[in-house]
Design a protein around this ligand. Structure first.
Ligand SMILES: [Zn+2]
Length: 417
């Protein structure tokens, strides 16, 4: 099939006007100007006219099963308050509620142009049950929580068991030691070792809050007290920043997605710039918690691969405001906060940088020959405007979304249907 459009945002620095792409099976076979990409005999040609085609988003961090929690929680007096709230709410939900929330979240992401998501799977076996119920390319990261001294063996067993099921059902499956405060140094090291042995990525929440910062830098604060009360050993606290703690514990696998990285010390930038390590920033949840400014400029200057993620709806909404999972909101919020960053770069953070973090840089996150035909379409509302700006400023559903060559969503209201 040949798809023709007024504009194709193929990757950062390459917008093709009067473009065309040829989709064969689940891949892009050819891409160029419409006079360069001609149909084979009998091949269907679809001209979508005044539209923009761009790579489907790669959402680098999400918890789909918390989609039902929009507006249910509050940022509380501290991050530790929020952790207590989510632990209680999770206990009150049935498996059916978790599963329907997961599927609803997948639907929200696809409606807003997302083709792939790095999702934290907190319930063993759930991804395997749901994977074939959505065309969204979910990359499951099995969440591991284990803060007692003898938890490392059980953590490894769970990770191995889940990976062996999930790997067959996903483009990429990984492991997610939840956070330094809910794991021990031993399990961090063991899980990173397992990830490297099996050549899979890890994702870990690191340095999300001031409470976590205090726990690892001063052995103090509400999170330190609450984890100590739960039996977590504290001899690894008070020795440096949370990022230093993970690194010292040999907890950075060859491919690691460091989620948040909100509070950073001088030496952390170098640790996060190591090849294979990426940082995922979630602008919506960052603002909801009221964290200090994300150090985008210093991280970018250090050469860190910075991706965007939606995080979950458990850190959104409230006060009557409704919120959905959408990468457009994340890009827009980031753009408002960092107006000096070009829209071209922001789209790359929402697409290719996430693909690179997952080890899929050649097949996802940009429209090139040989990549998956994962593409989103929105109307070209102003032919004189910059195409990248139009993408970043788009709101609401996309006109259409294709994942692996199949149309999986169409919005009847737009011309790009
Ligand atoms: Zn998270």
């Amino acid at each position: 099939m040949i798809l023709r459009a007024r504009a194709i945002w193929a990757r950062k620095g390459r917008v093709i006007t009067e473009g065309a792409l040829q989709v064969c099976g689940d891949k892009i076979l050819k891409l160029g100007r419409r006079d360069e990409v001609l149909p084979d005999q009998g091949e269907p040609v679809i001209d979508i006219g005044e539209s923009i085609v761009f790579p489907a988003f790669v959402n680098a961090h999400c918890h789909l099963d918390y989609t039902g929690l929009a507006g249910e929680l509050t940022p509380g007096n501290s991050f530790t308050d929020w952790v207590k709230q989510i632990v209680d709410v999770k206990r009150s939900l049935t498996q059916e509620e978790h599963e329907s929330a997961w599927l609803a979240g997948a639907g929200m992401l696809m409606q807003t142009g997302c083709g792939t998501v790095a999702n934290i799977e907190s319930i063993p076996g759930m991804f395997a049950r749901l994977a074939n119920q959505t065309p969204l390319q979910v990359c499951p990261f099995t969440e591991i929580i284990g803060y007692n001294e003898d938890d490392a063996c059980e953590a490894l067993e769970l990770a191995r068991r889940e990976l062996s099921c999930n790997e067959q059902l996903a483009l990429v499956a990984g492991i997610s030691p939840h956070a330094p405060y809910t794991t021990t140094s031993e399990s961090l090291s063991a899980l990173a070792g397992l990830a490297d042995e099996l050549n899979v990525p890890t994702a870990i929440h690191v340095s999300e809050s001031m409470d976590e910062w205090r726990m690892f830098t001063d052995s103090g604060g509400a999170l330190f007290d609450s984890m100590r009360a739960l039996g977590r050993p504290s001899s690894d606290c008070g020795l440096g920043t949370p990022v230093e703690h993970v690194s010292r514990s040999q907890g950075l696998a060859k491919r690691t997605l460091v989620i948040h990285a909100n509070q950073l010390g001088e030496s952390d930038y170098g640790l996060l710039a190591k090849p294979g390590v990426s940082v995922v920033h979630c602008p919506g949840s960052h603002a909801w918690f009221g964290h200090e400014r994300f150090e985008y400029e210093r991280l970018a200057k250090a050469g860190v691969n910075i991706c965007l993620g939606t995080d979950s709806l458990a850190s959104s909404g409230g006060n009557g405001s409704a919120q959905g999972l959408t990468m457009f909101n994340e890009m827009k919020r980031f753009s408002n906060q960092y107006p000096e960053v070009s829209s071209d770069e922001i789209i790359r953070m929402a697409t290719w940088n996430g693909a690179a973090a997952l080890g899929l840089r050649d097949v996802l996150g940009q429209l090139i020959e040989g990549a998956f035909a994962n593409l989103a379409i929105i109307p070209l509302t102003n032919p004189l405007a910059d195409v990248s700006d139009l993408i970043v400023n788009h709101a609401g559903p996309v006109g259409s979304l294709m994942i692996a060559g199949k149309r999986v969503f169409s919005c009847p209201k737009t011309i790009a249907n």
